[in-house]
Write a new protein. Structure first.
Length: 251
């Protein structure tokens, strides 16, 4: 590791990745934002899914100020985060065949909806099966993954394929295999993961594109405002009433 504090070096690494994603994924980001705008305009529903730490980026675009009110979390019990005990159970469930199909078949998703699937490695059975099954149901699928894993690791799905192989649009986070940006001679393992920073930024760029695309078409994007600013709750109540049939994170 070169000169500079570990904090400086991590920021440099993260900024470098963000610049690469901005420059190299611009076309895919535009396509993904357009796909979601098309779905909203056609009356479809929007969902996001991620397992483990990939779920952080999915949750980041659901029910938040400045975000699209129509983005819903597709939750798979036991894999949404590290709140499950033991935490290793979530990793084990990602490798279970049949789980994604069971979740999709009992979810509100259907033909004409859009599903964003986030998986850094894209190699486990759960995200691969989810993409396969979702497309069979007539959904459009956006995959957010590190394409490098497909070249440097083996798939854990029975087809031998990766998430990237079953998507309408792929957003490549450019994260190196292992998800650790820094090394030190005094530390035996690489450290400082940047996948959450980059993946979250990628998805927020897509959300921004979706909102602007809808506005360009003369459609007011269904955005939420902060409940901590005056009038925010009233604004959000109007949006949720208007789009209540496409919002699944409230009763």
């Amino acid at each position: 590791m070169s000169d500079g504090t570990p904090a400086d070096l991590f920021f440099d690494a993260a900024i470098g990745l963000l610049q690469r994603v901005r420059d190299e994924e611009a076309e895919a980001i535009t396509a993904a934002g357009t796909l979601l705008a098309d779905t909203v305009a056609a009356g479809g529903r929007l969902f996001a899914f991620g397992a483990g730490h990939s779920s952080l980026a999915a949750q980041d675009v659901v029910y938040r100020a400045g975000g699209l009110a129509l983005m819903n979390l597709l939750a798979v019990p036991g894999v949404v985060g590290v709140d499950v005990t033991p935490a290793t159970l979530g990793s084990a469930l990602e490798r279970v065949d049949g789980l994604a199909g069971a979740v999709l078949d009992t979810s509100p998703l259907g033909a004409g909806d859009a599903l964003v699937i986030i998986s850094l490695s894209g190699r486990n059975a759960l995200p691969v099966e989810m993409a396969l099954h979702a497309r069979a149901l007539g959904l459009r699928v956006i995959g957010v993954t590190s394409v490098a894993y497909a070249a440097e690791t083996t798939s854990r799905h029975t087809t031998g394929t990766f998430l990237k192989d079953h998507c309408d649009i792929v957003l490549d986070s450019k994260i190196a295999v292992g998800d650790a940006e820094l090394t030190l001679d005094t530390i035996p393992a690489p450290f400082a993961p940047a996948s959450t920073v980059v993946t979250t930024a990628l998805l927020q760029a897509v959300m921004a594109t979706t909102a602007a695309t809808l506005a360009d078409r003369g459609i007011e994007p269904p955005l939420l405002r902060s409940g901590n600013v005056d009038g925010g709750h009233e604004w959000n109540g109007r949006v949720m009433t208007e789009y209540g049939d496409r919002i699944f994170y409230r009763h």
